[in-house]
Write a protein of this length. Structure first.
Length: 297
């Protein structure tokens, strides 16, 4: 089954006091290019995601964006920063001692006053251990990849139909070219014989054997049988690639070069208006096919 490199999937999740949104999309590319934008405060998440994507996707420019936010409905805990508190209390003690030495009486600070000082009280909105959240996010990855793969497969199915139709058209044009080349063969033979007769009638001492050899070489150079046979073989090879599983885009890219090479040679050897038109039609369809196979994984 042909798989397209074009795909899109999105997914939302919630848990452990957080909510998140996944956004994954891809377009065609020469290789696999992964571009990830994920929270860097979740330890090890990007490395794991990159490994999973490399196993699931063969080719394409893929971007994955993950946005994680604190769930507004969750309760944020509070805790005293025991690292800062001793320094704050010592500072208050020094201030009180200095005031007493100066004969100044200060009002005793309350616990609320101390907690109100900057840095003493902090929220626990983010745990130092992000592994539970990372595990929850990774559980959500499999369904996301399934949706993404399903869309690429659906796009590939449509692409398969388009490519099959273009290959069918190339096959028809190749058959038409073979019929026209056969009809041209008799005309070309008659023209060669007439040309040979004129030369022999007007030139004395011509080596008839050498002249016949040269005319035979001209006939061979104008013969398009080999090009038509290769075009037929390329069509069968392309149909075989459509039936394969796994990435076949690179093979298709190479095959397109071979298709166009044979069509160009056919046009250069045409020697007839009808065959030239068929050759140009072949080049047009092959170019359209090349544009389609660029989306094949």
């Amino acid at each position: 089954m042909t798989v397209s490199m074009t795909g899109f999937a999105t997914r939302k999740g919630q848990g452990l006091g957080h909510s998140w949104t996944w956004d994954m999309r891809s377009v065609n590319g020469k290789g696999l290019d992964l571009r990830l934008r994920v929270p860097d405060w979740i330890d090890g998440l990007e490395l794991i995601l990159r490994g999973e994507l490399q196993k699931a996707i063969g080719r394409g420019n893929v971007s994955l964006t993950l946005k994680v936010g604190r769930d507004e409905t969750s309760e944020s805990g509070l805790r005293v920063n025991m690292t800062i508190l001793p320094s704050v209390l010592m500072a208050l003690h020094d201030v009180e001692a200095a005031a007493m030495a100066a004969g100044v009486t200060l009002v005793q600070p309350t616990s609320a006053d101390v907690l109100g000082l900057r840095g003493v009280l902090e929220t626990t909105s983010q745990s130092d251990d992000t592994s539970p959240l990372r595990a929850a996010l990774l559980e959500d990855l499999a369904p996301l990849l399934a949706d993404f793969t399903a869309m690429r497969s659906a796009e590939g199915l449509a692409l398969n139909g388009v490519i099959s139709g273009q290959l069918e058209r190339i096959g028809q044009l190749t058959t038409e070219a073979a019929v026209e080349a056969e009809a041209r063969r008799e005309v070309s033979r008659a023209n060669l014989i007439e040309a040979m007769s004129r030369v022999l009638d007007n030139v004395d001492g011509v080596d008839e054997a050498r002249l016949a050899q040269e005319l035979a070489l001209i006939a061979v150079k104008n013969d398009v049988t080999e090009e038509l046979d290769r075009l037929t073989a390329h069509v069968e090879a392309a149909r075989g690639l459509l039936a394969e599983t796994g990435p076949v885009g690179r093979k298709f890219d190479f095959l397109m070069q071979e298709f166009m090479r044979e069509a160009n040679t056919l046009c250069s050897k045409a020697q007839s208006l009808a065959l030239t038109r068929i050759g140009l039609d072949l080049k047009t369809v092959i170019d359209q096919l090349r544009e389609q196979v660029q989306n094949v994984e």
